[in-house]
Design a protein around this ligand. Structure first.
Ligand code: MN3
Length: 213
């Protein structure tokens, strides 16, 4: 399987004014495009070339030393961004609001309330030093949702020992400067606050349902 850029489920300007069109264009085409190109280049002609990226990043330990780092960063980047685009939607048209049903119940059980969850998630995203991601993950072992963050393009699917954060990711927030600097400059907290307006909770709920199967 050669990795490919996914088609965005909305226009580049559809997340305005919370995420601007120019950022979306550079981020979804150039940045994500480079991860796809570099991952494909590293895996071309190898026995791992046929694995889906979500599986590849759980098996980094099989790779030779000269490939492991580049695949970790670039297949990781591909998985992370593919989820990121899919879990956003235009505000008021699938984006924003609150989760419902099982997902809301699980959030309330783990964090006390949706507002507490948002506060803890924003805190993880704000405190991630340098480039990385904040995550909401499902832990099948203790049947609980947890918040964590990873550096660079690490993903919780890589496992606790690699990424410092485990579980099945349901929602991730990119806090690399390339995700917000054009519009928000150094104001990462403003970007995080705005992003809640475009979170696609029905997609997160669908990730939750799949994670529990
Ligand atoms: Mn990014």
């Amino acid at each position: 399987m050669t990795y490919a850029l996914p088609t965005l489920p909305y226009a580049l300007n559809a997340l305005e004014p919370f995420i601007d069109a120019q950022t979306m264009e550079i981020h979804s085409q150039k940045h994500h495009g480079a991860y796809v190109t570099n991952a494909n280049k590293a895996l071309e002609g190898t026995q791992w070339a046929s694995l889906p990226a979500e599986v590849m990043i759980t098996r980094l330990g099989e790779l030779p030393d000269d490939k492991r780092g580049v695949v970790r960063n670039n297949a990781g980047g591909h998985v992370n961004h593919s989820m990121f685009w899919a879990t956003m939607a235009p505000a008021g048209k699938g984006g924003g609001g609150t989760p419902t049903g099982d997902l809301l119940e699980a959030i309330n059980a783990a964090f006390g309330s949706f507002d507490n969850f948002k506060g803890q998630f924003a805190d993880a995203a704000t405190k991630r030093f340098g480039s990385g991601w904040a995550w909401l993950c499902w832990h099948a072992g203790n049947k609980k949702l947890q918040i964590c963050s990873t550096a660079n393009q690490d993903n919780p699917l890589m496992g606790e020992s690699v990424a410092g954060c485990g579980g099945v990711p349901l929602l991730g927030l990119d806090v690399w400067e390339h995700a917000y600097y054009l519009k928000y400059q150094n104001r990462r907290a403003d970007y995080i606050g705005a992003w809640w307006n475009v979170v696609n909770w029905s997609e997160v709920a669908s990730n939750f349902a799949k994670a529990r199967k």
